[in-house]
Ligand binder design. Structure first.
Ligand SMILES: [Cu+2]
Length: 179
C-alpha cells in the first residue's frame, strides 16, 4: 500500500512538472550588440552599412536585449526600411510607463522597467551592459525595421516574425481541381 501510494505521488509530481513547463514556443533572450565599428551583431550575424541590415528572426515572448560594446548608439523603430529614407516611427514600441491604451499599435514592449519607468528606447545607450530590453508581442505580424539613433541608415536592421503559420489546409484548391 505504502509503495503504490508513493508511486502515485511521484507520477503526479512528474505530471505537474510537465504541465508547468511546456516546451512549445519557449521564449528566448536575444542579445543584440552595437559595436565600436558601428555595426549591429546578433550571434554570427553582423550588419554592414546601408546595404546589409541585421536580420533578427523573433517569436512572441522573445526579449531583444540591446548592449553597446563601444561607440554611441541607440534604437529607433522606423516607418520603412533603413535604406529607403525612412522616418523614426515610435508607435511600434510601448516604452516603460506607456500602456496598451496609449500605444495601440505596439508590437514591442520595453521590459525590465526601473522604478519611475525611465526608458532606454530612443536614447543613446550606456556601454557594457544590457540596457534596452524589448519583448516581442503577439501583435508582431510583419517586419519592423529599426536603426541606430546616431548612425541611422549606416546601421539598421529588421525584426522579422518567425513563420508561425497555421497547419496548411489540405486540398484548399480542390474545388478547382475536382474532376
Ligand atoms: Cu550607432
Amino acid at each position: 500500500m505504502k509503495t503504490s501510494h508513493a508511486a502515485a505521488l511521484v507520477a503526479m509530481g512528474t505530471f505537474g512538472l510537465v504541465a508547468a513547463f511546456p516546451d512549445a514556443g519557449r521564449a528566448t533572450d536575444l542579445l543584440i550588440e552595437a559595436t565600436a565599428d558601428n555595426t549591429w551583431k546578433f550571434g554570427k550575424l553582423e550588419s554592414g552599412g546601408v546595404t546589409k541590415p541585421l536580420m533578427v528572426p523573433v517569436k512572441t515572448g522573445d526579449v531583444l536585449q540591446f548592449k553597446v560594446l563601444g561607440g554611441s548608439h541607440g534604437v529607433q523603430t522606423l516607418d520603412g526600411k533603413g535604406s529607403a529614407s525612412p522616418k523614426a516611427d515610435h508607435k511600434y514600441v510601448r516604452k516603460c510607463g506607456e500602456t496598451a491604451a496609449t500605444k495601440p499599435d505596439a508590437v514591442l514592449a520595453e521590459t525590465g522597467c526601473p522604478p519611475g519607468n525611465a526608458s532606454f528606447y530612443d536614447k543613446v545607450l550606456p556601454r557594457e551592459m544590457v540596457s534596452l530590453k524589448l519583448e516581442v508581442l503577439g501583435s508582431l505580424k510583419s517586419d519592423v525595421h529599426f536603426w541606430c539613433k546616431v548612425h541611422k541608415k549606416d546601421m539598421w536592421g529588421t525584426i522579422t516574425p518567425s513563420v508561425q503559420a497555421p497547419p496548411p489546409v489540405k486540398g484548399s484548391s480542390a474545388p478547382n481541381k475536382r474532376p
